[in-house]
Design a protein around this ligand. Sequence first.
Ligand SMILES: C[S@@+](CC[C@H](N)C(=O)[O-])C[C@H]1O[C@@H](n2cnc3c(N)ncnc32)[C@H](O)[C@@H]1O
Length: 370
Amino acid sequence: MSANRLMARLEERIRLTGPISVADYMTACLADPEDGYYTTSPEPFGRDGDFITAPEVSQMFGELIGGWVVATWIAMGAPDPVHLVELGPGRGTLMADILRTARLRPALMDAVAVHLVELSPKLRQRQGETLGGFSSALKVAPQWHEHLSRVPEGPTLLIANEFFDALPIRQFVKTAKGWCERVVGLDNQGKLCFGVSSVALAGGLVPDTARAAEAGAILEASPASAAIAAEIGVRIAAQRGAALLIDYGYLRSAPGDTLQALSRHAFADPLAEPGKADLTAHVDFQALALAAMQAGADAMAPLTQGEFLLRLGLLERAGQLGAGKAAATQERLRGEVERLAAPDQMGELFKVLALSTPGMMLPGFERRGR
Ligand SMILES: C[S@@+](CC[C@H](N)C(=O)[O-])C[C@H]1O[C@@H](n2cnc3c(N)ncnc32)[C@H](O)[C@@H]1O
């Protein structure tokens, strides 16, 4: 019997009902109510956790997004009320930095209703602690939801940073029979292993970009991500609004294996410790944009994170924060700018997709063709 409870349950499930999809495996590892990574891990983000996200690297990230939120709210005609929604808010750091910046516009603070879409009870509590200091500045207390569909209708500003990479993906392997689903099954010793189902995808379901792929190539699809992108699209097409989706990923759909496990800032075997390591996949931004556009929203031309932050004034903000400060502070700020925007750090791997109500222009972005 395995010492890892989730592994033991997964092995038992597979013994009883057969191999499971990579998407089902990811869902169990990340969101199992008793043993999932996000539901049990107290502090996965930050220097002491398994990985570090941009809001945890520097306050400047959230402050610049806060400035974008203020400018976009004004471009929307300053609706009151307006829903400020964050998907997967982690420790609540990004929302706190956004609200600190939004405080410079008291009318926005009066209008805003904060909604946090979070599955982990532990992280909800952490977010509540982080945002506690804003209780007197907000007219309406922040509300938590399990799903975006629970957020009331109305003009919406939505932010998601490193949310979509945590959503489950399905994988397909190119075989002599065609594209067959990659599954998690059991090896001869009864341990978790990857396998390939014997049934091939119907030809019509294979995207054009994958037709020339060689044997062994892997194709990924995230129906869960596409469904949420479509839901965002429906919401902001029908009501005024905009969304900012930030993540690591690729701009054009193409085959490739991007499933990865991270533990203590190092790559790990995705099957070794279910529920103990973060499991992610790179985000297919073309698929997100298509799903949102098919639902009626406009998608701006995506930017790299580096370009986006520089357009919003990253260097100027670092200059402001460092002015008159000790050399060590200025050195720290320089390091944060590098980490967020340098092409060999987060600057190019991370992309920013902005969605809007049809016809609306968004600060920092140019429209892209439909
Ligand atoms: C990688 S963390 C990013 C945290 C934060 N946005 C940041 O940048 O620091 C992913 C976040 O999404 C949440 N999450 C993952 N899957 C979710 C789901 N299906 N529904 C709601 N929240 C989810 C996690 O609990 C966590 O708060």
